[in-house]
Write a protein that binds this ligand. Structure first.
Ligand code: HDE
Length: 712
């Protein structure tokens, strides 16, 4: 079989990985000891029909390895997809940071990024309603820096101490291991309704951000406030942002549910295919910088990870770009074995006292020990830094290096004092000397106690259709809870964010918003006595709206990588087809021919077109838009298959752009499209440019209210 041409790319890290690659082509089968094998199908037996002999070392080696080939999946973020790429800096920010990757614009820093869902197991659907992990490993010349973030700018909890409770609540319930990859169940909302600090992240999860159209179309956030340290040793607070070049776009919940059935690898496949096609995903990298002196000027605490800094208050300064241009060679070796640690830091960046970040600094190293099984996990090829490493750490399971010499301690004279220490001026990392004068105390700062202002700001900043999606999501999620007291407690909490929202959700649940819950809210918070003591009775409004929080305000200027389903059968008009698809391809769209059967179809001028998917094997939800060229015979044939009608009706319901030329429009007349002829995104006998503009809008949300009634 001809080998598929791969998108090429190289970097210091890719070269390093190459030295570990093992080719299969042209090789002879051997055991792990290099012994040539002549039979891998039959075990050694006492006679043709006899029992298997203990002597069979070939069988034992093969089976033993197989028996142990699984490792524990990540306790959270088990389901993930990764890719290689590089980071480029537009402008030096040496006034803020001395880090090489932030000061040297000539560098191309190799990266490996892994995107993930949080709650589901390794094999769960990509389209779960969930936060997405956005972890990037920068292989810098000063050591590896891991920015382990999410696609939402805030987190559920304020203190690492609560993380096991949060995760236990959202994961499948312990008695029956139900539900998989879903927050819509009693234990999650039982927890959430008792911990008001979760409400901000929780309302983001109800928004479309939790069901991205593509991993390539979501933002990324470092969440915590970090520090940037310049060459003079001065510190600035910083929040890190990733902004996708393709804009931020999502699917609807109805699509998410259907995609989970049609292709549960939808996001993984989309990322892989885009990179293989040379359509490299790109994100711009931005920083929000706050001077030390301004630490306390906000209505919230910079150390509180449930708060964002509205971009309207501190703009995001774009300083660079990440491009992902190479798929892994082996999923397990790279995407599964990659170990991200927030504690992997480099000179020029430092931590703050955010109590969630502080806990993470412990957890990520610890978890690799049970997941990867050894303190030598940094020696696994994907985890090796591009810089040589030297220290006196020794031995442990699976030691891959062969450290030479007589000494493994410091100080020493027998090895000439090596490996020797470096000074800060020679590039050594030294922690920022923050002044601390404090009591040792197990508590939560009063400055962390406003839990409603920012979820309310988020909700206020959404457009009507986005707010509608949040309402529907709450009705779905709380509707799946079986305990009325949990639903009512949630309604009470939501009312603290927005009364009207709570009323709409209550209506959907067939309940009333309670005026109070079984205990006053302060006590309801339970364990966090300090938080409850300071709980403000009312939310604050320090900003009317933050447009940056709405997906409707992102980019709508490209159809690159959009999937267009072209519905054709024998006799389709080649003239229509060519005119439309040539223009779409020029804009970077991906054309997929969908026909009544697999193989090929013949156009009206006798040209043969390859079919990408027979209608029986695909679904409308896997595409961004659809086009039907003319051709009497073709349209007649398509009409015979009810699934094409369903296909079109679903695209219409999901507010997608639909185009048809000549006879193609007749097929639309058999669908609900006939009631939507004035719709801006229904393009009949229109120029390709009209269809392109409609598709670039991602969806025609003006259609949403009417389209919701379409019964598919
Ligand atoms: Fe994680 N998290 N986390 N998390 N997290 C893990 O580390 C943890 C948090 C995030 O693609 C684990 O290697 C604690 C915030 C991502 O491999 C574990 C706390 C943010 C990934 C862990 C948090 C994240 C993880 C599981 C609260 C966004 C996947 C496997 C103190 C800023 C990385 C592993 C990948 C993975 C612990 C909170 C993002 C158990 C204790 C906040 C993207 O160590």
């Amino acid at each position: 079989m001809a080998k598929k041409k791969k998108a090429s790319s190289t970097s210091k890290k890719i070269e390093d990985l190459k030295s570990f690659e093992v080719e299969t082509e042209g090789t002879t089968m051997t055991t792990n000891q290099g012994l040539k094998v002549n039979d891998t199908n039959n075990s050694l037996k006492s006679g043709e029909r006899g029992s298997t002999l203990l002597e069979d070392f070939l069988l034992r080696e093969k089976i033993t390895h197989f028996d142990h080939e699984r490792i524990p999946e990540r306790i959270v973020h088990a389901r993930g997809s990764g890719a290689h790429g590089y980071f480029e800096l537009y402008d030096s920010i040496k006034e803020f940071s001395k880090a090489g990757l932030f000061t040297d614009t000539s560098r191309k820093t190799p990266v490996f990024a892994r995107f993930s869902t949080v709650a589901g197991s390794k094999g769960s659907t990509d389209l779960a309603r969930d936060v997405r992990g956005f972890a990037v490993k920068f292989y810098t010349e000063e050591g590896t820096w891991d920015l382990v973030g999410n696609n939402m700018p805030i987190f559920f909890i304020q203190d690492a101490m609560k993380f096991p409770d949060l995760v236990h609540a959202v994961k499948p319930e312990p008695n029956n291991e139900i539900p998989q990859a879903a927050s819509a169940h009693d234990t999650f909302y039982d927890f959430v309704s008792h911990a008001t600090e979760t409400l901000h992240n929780q309302i983001w999860v109800m928004s479309d951000r939790a069901i991205p159209r593509s991993l390539r179309m979501m933002e990324g956030f470092g969440i915590h406030t970090y520090r940037l340290i310049n060459a003079k040793g001065e510190s600035h607070f910083v929040k890190f942002h990733w902004k996708p070049k393709l804009g931020v776009h999502s699917v609807t919940w109805d699509e998410a549910v259907k995609i989970s059935g049609a292709d549960s690898d939808f996001h993984r496949r989309d990322l892989w295919d885009a990179i293989e096609a040379g359509q490299f995903p790109e994100w711009e990298f931005g920083i929000q910088v706050v001077a030390e002196k301004d630490e306390h000027k906000f209505d919230f605490d910079l150390l509180d990870p449930t708060k964002l800094i509205p971009e309207e208050m501190v703009p995001v300064k774009i300083i660079g770009k990440m491009t992902l241009n190479k798929n892994p060679e082996n999923f397990f070796a790279e995407t599964e074995q990659v170990a991200f640690l927030p504690g992997h830091i480099i000179p020029g960046i430092d931590f703050t006292n955010d109590p969630l970040l502080q806990g993470r600094l412990f957890s990520y190293r610890d978890t690799q020990l049970s997941r990867l099984g050894s303190p030598n996990f940094h020696q696994i090829p994907i985890n090796r830094p591009i810089m040589p490493t030297h220290n006196n750490q020794r031995d442990g399971h699976m030691q891959m290096d062969v450290p030479k010499g007589q000494t493994a301690y410091f100080p020493n004279s027998l090895s000439g004092g090596c490996p020797h220490l470096s000074k800060m001026s020679e590039g050594a990392f030294t922690s920022y000397e923050e002044r601390i004068d404090a009591r040792k105390i197990r508590t939560r700062s009063e400055s962390f106690s406003d839990h409603f202002s920012q979820p309310a700001l988020f909700y206020r900043s959404l457009t009507d259709w986005e707010q509608q999606h949040v309402t529907d999501a709450y009705i779905f999620e709380l509707g799946k809870c079986t305990q009325q007291h949990i639903q009512e407690r949630m309604l009470y909490m939501i009312a603290q964010i927005d009364n009207d929202l709570s009323k709409k959700v209550a209506k959907g649940l067939g309940l009333k918003v309670p005026k109070s819950i079984d205990k006053p809210i302060n006590q309801a918070i339970g364990a966090d006595a300090e938080v409850s003591k300071h709980q403000p009775p009312k939310k604050k409004i320090y900003l009317d709206e933050s447009p940056a929080l709405s997906q409707a305000k992102t980019k709508f200027d490209t159809i690159a990588t959009r999937q267009v389903a072209v519905l054709i059968a024998d006799g389709f008009s080649m003239k229509d087809y060519k005119k439309m698809t040539d223009t779409l391809k020029k804009e970077g769209a991906m054309i997929k021919n969908i026909a009544p059967h697999g193989g090929t179809v013949k156009s009206d001028d006798g040209t043969v077109q390859k079919v990408d998917a027979a209608i029986a094997t695909t679904e409308s939800v896997l595409f961004d838009s659809l086009y039907i060229p003319g051709g009497k015979e073709s349209v007649k044939e398509l009409q015979k298959h009810a699934k094409f009608i369903k296909f079109i009706n679903e695209a219409l319901k999901h507010c997608k752009a639909i185009a048809a030329d000549h006879d193609g429009a007749k097929l639309l007349d058999e669908t609900y499209v006939k009631d939507f002829k004035d719709d801006e995104a229904i393009c009949i006998d229109a120029k390709p440019s009209v269809f392109i503009t409609a598709m670039a809008q991602h969806r025609n949300w003006n259609r949403m209210k009417k389209a919701e009634k379409i019964p598919v």
